[in-house]
Design a protein around this ligand. Structure first.
Ligand code: SME
Length: 152
């Protein structure tokens, strides 16, 4: 996929999401639709959210196969993104120290922290069956997407 094709997909995602997001319904309703939209438009192996509570991330709304339900802060890609307060692009999950394999099909991944009142509230996690799926365009556009979730 060319960068311009990828940018077009995200333009379409942002447009649809601006019509779908509803700050008057609970966060879980919005995150459920967010997962469905990202699954439809990006067609990854797995897309979903993990939400923080005390020292753990707990599985939230997602699309795809069943996944691990809790991840300790600092563990795996999700727990590391939380700990480091930064987006992590993993071109090959088998080379990421401590990667948590919820599915053996997954080969690359991106995790984007979601902030609420300046604190990390959760992470968006997207897994791909292919290697090298995610790049700086995904990071930038998914961070923009996650910024809209901070008002929920
Ligand atoms: N691979 C993630 C765990 C979550 S699943 O991919 C859905 C990680 O290492 O944190």
């Amino acid at each position: 996929m060319t960068p311009s094709e990828k940018n077009k997909i995200y333009e379409n995602i942002h447009l649809q999401w601006s019509g779908l997001i509803d700050v008057n319904v609970p966060w879980y309703s919005n995150l459920s639709n967010a997962a469905a939209l990202l699954m439809k438009e990006l067609n990854p192996w797995w897309v979903g959210f993990y939400l923080t509570r005390e020292n753990y991330l707990y599985l939230g709304p997602f699309q795809g196969p069943t996944a691990c339900t809790l991840i300790q802060k600092g563990r795996g890609v999700c727990g590391t993104a939380w700990n480091n307060n930064q987006t992590i692009i993993v071109p090959d999950v088998h080379k990421f120290p401590g990667h948590i394999a919820c599915s053996e099909v997954s080969n690359s991944e991106i995790v984007v922290p979601i902030k609420k009142n300046n604190e990390i509230w959760g992470v968006l996690d997207i897994d791909s069956a292919d290697f090298n799926t995610f790049d700086e365009i995904d990071a930038r556009e998914l961070e923009k997407f996650c910024a809209t979730l901070s008002n929920l």
